[in-house]
Write a new protein. Structure first.
Length: 370
């Protein structure tokens, strides 16, 4: 009798998992593409630091675009530090298939490369999580991830945790490991709103199954009508907390979709998911205010012509190293998840590429001098 009860429980749990996967698929299938403008603020809560004493506190505004079926994504993000000693910066990430492009720029263009770094991860889904970084919309807008899990559930280990109340809403907890064929140190706990498209309304990132490193909560969802007569439930805001080993929040990101900016099925092209002059999303009006501030900062910046002599090359490389260390520290403070480490790896590869470029420039300078 006990054995029969255990079998029935397992069957019910498998049925609930199938319901979750089906909800994710049904909610994402009618969405060929989606894009929106969002904004938010990152705050350092560890101590009462004035903005000029911390690198973490900043406002940000970005554009996010996605094609769920293909997994193509674009993230164009402007950072506005409240610390007057920190420069504005713009980070642009594009994922298309297995190719990941990243471009980092600041007003003093002598300190950053002007061409994107390109990586190829080889295999669909290989860049899943690559955009999970400070200020990213994918911290609360998980449509790309849920669509991918629903498409290829065999790549993940999933376990139900039962029903709970989250922000006065009933939600079903599901624990997801990164891959089913290898043990990962990182797992995600998703509280799924089964009545609203299966949208996760709380997300926790766990380290070694015993320590929570980040928590996305207070996720608000909204139903968007589609031209087909159907509708889709999508998140429109959320709060991301980075947690210490004692469970205290020390970095908080509060972000929201700008009202009226979310557009669905507008026929985005392949080039709109590349860092390319023909990408109209990178030259639209949605981020015009941030672009104007960035251009003004560039105009007022003491732009130096990059030196190609050995001393100049060494100085430029050291500036790149210092900036990479600063970004690595900020990234680690926000989360120590493996997907974050992948973003950190990209930053390191950016640095390596810049170093190679500088060495090539030095070689050209030396040849011409000879």
């Amino acid at each position: 009798m006990l054995g029969v009860c255990i079998v029935l429980v397992i069957m019910c749990w498998d049925k609930d998992l199938d319901k979750i996967l089906n909800l994710w698929k049904v909610n994402s299938d009618p969405i060929k593409d989606v894009q929106f403008i969002y904004e938010g603020r990152t705050r350092d809560l560890r101590v009462d630091l004035a903005p000029e004493k911390t690198a973490q506190t900043e406002d940000f505004q970005g554009l996010y675009a996605l094609r769920p079926a293909e997994g193509d994504r674009l993230l164009d993000l402007y950072h506005h530090p409240l610390n007057p000693k920190m420069p504005m910066r713009r980070s642009t990430d594009a994922v298309q298939g297995t190719v990941f492009d990243r471009l980092l720029t600041i007003p003093d263009n002598a300190r950053f490369a002007t061409d994107p770094v390109r990586l190829n991860f080889g295999g669909k889904g290989g860049v899943s999580g690559a955009l999970w970084k400070p200020g990213s919309a994918e911290r609360f807008f998980l449509l790309a991830e849920t669509a991918f899990i629903a498409e290829q559930p065999h790549r993940f280990r999933m376990e139900l945790g039962g029903w709970e109340t989250v922000d006065d809403r009933r939600a079903l907890l599901v624990k997801v490991d990164a891959h089913s064929d290898q043990r990962s140190n990182v797992s995600h706990h998703l509280w799924v709103d089964m009545e609203h498209g299966g949208v996760p309304i709380r997300v926790e990132m766990w380290w070694n199954d015993h320590e929570v490193k980040s928590r996305t909560h207070s996720i608000q969802v909204r139903e968007f009508p589609l031209d087909s007569g159907r509708s889709a439930w999508l998140p429109i805001s959320g709060i991301v907390d980075a947690l210490s080993s004692t469970g205290e929040t020390f970095i908080r990101e509060d972000m929201r979709v700008v009202s009226g900016s979310l557009q669905i099925n507008r026929g985005l092209r392949d080039v709109d998911f590349r860092i390319d002059p023909a990408n109209r999303l990178l030259h639209g009006t949605g981020l015009s205010a941030s672009q104007r501030l960035f251009d003004e900062a560039a105009k007022n910046s003491p732009r130096k012509v990059a030196r190609r002599d050995p001393q100049g090359v060494a100085a430029a490389l050291e500036a790149q190293l210092a900036e990479a260390r600063r970004q690595a520290t900020e990234l680690e403070a926000s989360s120590v998840a493996q997907v974050e480490r992948r973003s950190l790896l990209v930053c390191q590869l950016v640095l390596g590429s810049v170093g190679v470029a500088l060495l090539i420039a030095f070689g050209v300078w030396k040849a011409r001098s000879a």
